[in-house]
Ligand binder design. Structure first.
Ligand code: CP
Length: 339
């Protein structure tokens, strides 16, 4: 796959969202627009008829080449709440198992008048690659690519933080665990920095930190007590054993002894600190059950907010594209009359 570099693939000529590949390259006001738009959708889930018509007549394909519980189902629910037709491709049972290439599969879905591909893939840069090679008529949303980015997860995390903390100014956020393999951490750090958090701390042993972490604006803490001190928001991350190809840790129990989030350790944080986790959780590895299920945990609220945030991203991409089409038709008519 090509090196991920989303730049203006994500924005129309007038600066509106058209694809959502990563946080990098986006201006702060787009992130704020996603949060504000999501706020307008949150109550749709409480209505008797949980639907708005914004994507009526649109066709959305969920293309998950890696397993998922939360992201796939909340994208499906989000699309359905926007009144789109949604198809969940069963990749393992698709003709990719007979040797069909990714691009040939996409060409066939494009021929079915697809409007949007939601893509999760194990390769960093997969969503970027598809956005560059698929027909420009289809919106591409990254649902997690390798270690690179998981931008809708980061935005639902930002929504949750803003909901509980009122904003980002003055906030100290500690992200704890397997930063090295985490696309979520990369997207969170970029979003928190752009939205104005005071401190973004990453807390992990050196073996689980990427080499470029400080250049992203994060403060590195290799001792958990340093990372937790006075933190307003604590985000635990899963140890991604499936992406570890060498012995980066002595053992899971040793990791929990040094970095596991327990009630006792949370005493070092701000008294109103919230605890987050993108899921899936490894109980007793990065977080104790008493914390995951405790009164400071907002983990399940993150999942609920994820539906509204994904509705926001999908509807913004579609309306950005509609405006782009209208603008180009107006430009075409104006060129024709001045000829
Ligand atoms: N947070 C997250 O991406 O979870 P899933 O892998 O279950 O989608």
């Amino acid at each position: 796959m090509s090196d991920p570099s989303p730049d203006n693939l994500q924005l129309t000529g007038t600066g509106r969202l058209r694809n959502f590949i990563g946080i990098e390259g986006l201006p702060r006001h787009i992130l704020e627009e996603i949060l504000d738009t999501a706020a307008s959708f949150v109550d749709v889930g409480d209505r008797a008829i949980k639907k708005v018509p914004l994507l009526r007549g649109k066709t959305v394909f969920n293309l998950f080449f890696e397993p998922s519980t939360r992201t796939r189902t909340t994208f499906e629910l989000a699309a359905k709440r926007l009144s789109a037709d949604v198809l969940n491709m069963d990749i393992a049972r698709s003709s990719t198992s007979k040797g069909e290439s990714l691009m040939d599969m996409l060409r066939n879905l494009e021929a079915m008048s697809a409007d949007m591909f939601i893509v999760r893939h194990g390769d960093s840069g997969a969503a970027d690659y598809i956005a560059r090679h698929a027909t420009p008529d289809v919106a591409i949303i990254n649902a997690g690519d390798g270690r690179h980015a998981h931008p809708t997860q980061a935005m639902l995390d930002m929504y949750t933080i803003r909901h509980y903390k009122g904003g980002f100014a003055g906030l100290k956020v500690a992200i704890i665990g397997d930063i090295l393999h985490s696309r979520v951490a990369r997207s969170q750090i970029r979003a928190l920095t752009l939205l104005g958090a005071e401190e973004v701390r990453v807390v992990a042993p050196r073996t689980l930190l990427p080499a470029d972490i400080e250049s992203m604006g994060a403060i590195v803490c290799t001792r958990l007590e340093d990372g937790l001190r006075d933190a307003d928001v604590v985000i635990a991350l899963r140890l991604q054993k499936e992406r570890m190809d060498s012995a980066l840790l002595p053992s899971e129990s040793e990791f929990f002894r040094l970095y596991g989030l327990t009630s006792e350790r949370l005493l070092a944080t701000h008294p109103d600190a919230i605890v987050m986790h993108p899921g899936p959780i490894n109980r007793g590895v990065e977080i104790a059950s008493e914390v995951a299920d405790g009164e400071r945990s907002v983990i399940l609220h993150q999942v609920t907010f994820g539906i509204a945030v994904r509705m926001a991203v999908m509807s913004m991409c579609m309306s950005g594209r509609e405006t782009e089409r209208d603008d180009s038709q107006t430009q075409g008519r104006s060129n024709a009359t001045t000829r």
